[in-house]
Ligand binder design. Sequence first.
Ligand code: F6P
Length: 394
Amino acid sequence: MKRKTIKPACPEYPMQEKSPAKDGTAGRSIAVMTGGGDCPGLNAVIRAVTKTAITKFGLEVWGIQDGYLGLIEDRMDVLTYDDVSNILTVGGTILGSSNVANPFKYPVTVGKSFDPAQDGQRQFRDVSDKCIEVLNSHGIDALICIGGDGTMASAAEFAKKGVNVIGLPKTIDNDLYGTDITFGFNTAVTTATEAIDKIHTTASSHHRVMIVEVMGRYAGWIALHAGVASGSDCLLLPEIPYRLDKICNFVLSRSKRGRRFSIIVAAEGAKEKGGEMVVAKKLPFSPDPIRLGGVASVLAAKINERTGLDCREVVLGHIQRGGTPTPFDRVLATNFGYAAIELLMKGVKGHLVVLKNGKLSSIPLSKVAGRIRTVPKSHYLIKAAQAVGTSFGV
Ligand code: F6P
């Protein structure tokens, strides 16, 4: 393995100054990983982190495979400048990701064989010390964790244990606490909007009520933004529990006025007032076991039954996580990746890079852990949508 030569120490960057020469030849090493559900822009961030670290600071960069799983299992390789060239526009992550490996609550099989039928024999273990040993064994001084709330919760725990961690905010859901925007969100909204635009024409031809289910977990950011951008008629967000009678009256009144089709955008976490979110499945050994899904199908059946209107559901699903990032996300990802290395080299530890009020800054990971950012009911865009006649089913 070829190590890069470190640049001369610079007072502006204390981390570089106190760089230990571990084997007499080396500068500092960092590792980068992508955790949780993937999203467009991950590769753009990996590229920005790696190129900044190599070209500006002469660091060695390791790429950890499959998020925390690769750290637990010691699967990582040195990333070269060329390894991260030509990936800016590519969706997914060259490192792979995992949303089932929490180093502080890692499911292990206690029995002899791994058999889902023997779930009782699986237990959670804290394998974080092993992860730290793995980092030390490679001489890695700092960890860049790219992820959402689950990844940041573990990153905050690692920071408490003295690991030099910087977090970068990723998720199509846009629900990470502390930042106004996460990369991946803009692309997901663009994808959802384009899909809804297409659904509009077929809804119109067949005079149907189309219910489009979008992702977002417990936050309605994608539904709100894609719904407004596509001029959809009714938006259902987890933050504003809907009333079925209101939705039915709304689509019927549109029909009576000669608007013989309606588009309803339902966040996967949308729920009826007094009701529960629709759960597609539970993954008991995942750090976040609930997988939402199915609300569009439930609504299509109920609206059809009550109004007699022809209803169809469309679930956009993982399409929202795929494809090439938008220019906005490429720029955001590049800024985030660069900011992470700048912070690290300035000696900042245990922080998440954020965009707040249009400015790049950072906040302690301890403030982010265990929280999510949902849509405030008083959000300006909700008011704007209502002003142009959009219903929220209430
Ligand atoms: O957090 C991103 C996300 O796509 C959510 O919007 C969705 O609820 C969840 O991940 C789906 O997870 P999985 O990929 O495990 O099905």
